[in-house]
Design a protein around this ligand. Sequence first.
Ligand code: FPP
Ligand code: MG
Length: 331
Amino acid sequence: MNAPDLFLLPVPEEEFGRLEECLLAMVSQEDPFIDEVASHLVKAGGKRLRPALSIAAASLSGRVASEETLLGGVCVELIHLASLYHDDVMDEATRRRNVVSVNGRWGNLVAIVAGDYLLARSAEIAASLGIEVAQLVAATMARLCQGQLSEVKSAYRVDRSEEAYLATIADKTAALMATACRIGGITAGLERPQIETLTHFGECLGVVFQIRDDVLDIVASEHELGKPPGQDLAEGIYTLPVQRALADRKVGPRLRELLGGPLGREEIEIARELVADSDGITFAADAARRYAALAAEAAASLGDGEVPQALGELGISLLEDLERSTRALAS
Ligand code: FPP
Ligand code: MG
């Protein structure tokens, strides 16, 4: 979803400019074809939330973002982009960020290897930032893969539990946000307790972010999402609002009849409506609210300056956005 105003972190424009330059430079160093494929999603936009988290975390030191912090931000953004290249292959998605996906334009083979290429570039940067960052980045990549594998394993399972869902989204999404914050803290030389708090903050924020993404897949329009809604249902990924709707006495039985296998476009629309008619959306929003409160608590314990305040408000603004989309659906 293209909503940069949602993520107003106190990152000076000049630092964002340096970040963009560095990001583009990392994906534009080979022949014209490799550069075009590797920079496709960078050029399609994106909120740069993860590098912004690294820069904001580092700014708790009171200094301007160092070269290491910017490189750390680029490193996490490259992992994010690589995971999207691969995710779109797995989802057979043809659109992302309102443009054609890499696999849609160049095919699966190119998308997979280009994703690997972005990961390799990311690893190169991580190694240059020292052993702690290199280990952290490798462990984070492993968590993303674990999360994605557990999601694939649960595909079409109507009995997927809430615990399994939360563990999966922590790995596939929250891990990288936690790492973005942690790298910011490490590269800025913050005290260990602050680094731990920032990591916990990023992990909680990541859960809010993914629950919002999963709710939007049910309630948002194609225009808002930049891709067709209902993709998770189509893939057999039954997220928190769907799990709750399956347990609902009113819509559950009908939904259970529909789910459990691949769906056509019309069936996806019926399933979306059934979920929207249940309390699944409010249930998921409540869960997101609990994690946003944990994130805000962690942010508050970082002090009372502009940065902790902005970090604390991030989860809340994600929630507000979720609630706006839900209201738009009801009206
Ligand atoms: C998007 O989720 C995908 C992820 C958050 C993680 C994807 C991870 C992999 C493909 C494993 C490979 C890992 C690496 C490091 C390359 P989504 O499908 O819920 O979101 P979407 O709505 O944006 O597609
Ligand atoms: Mg996907």
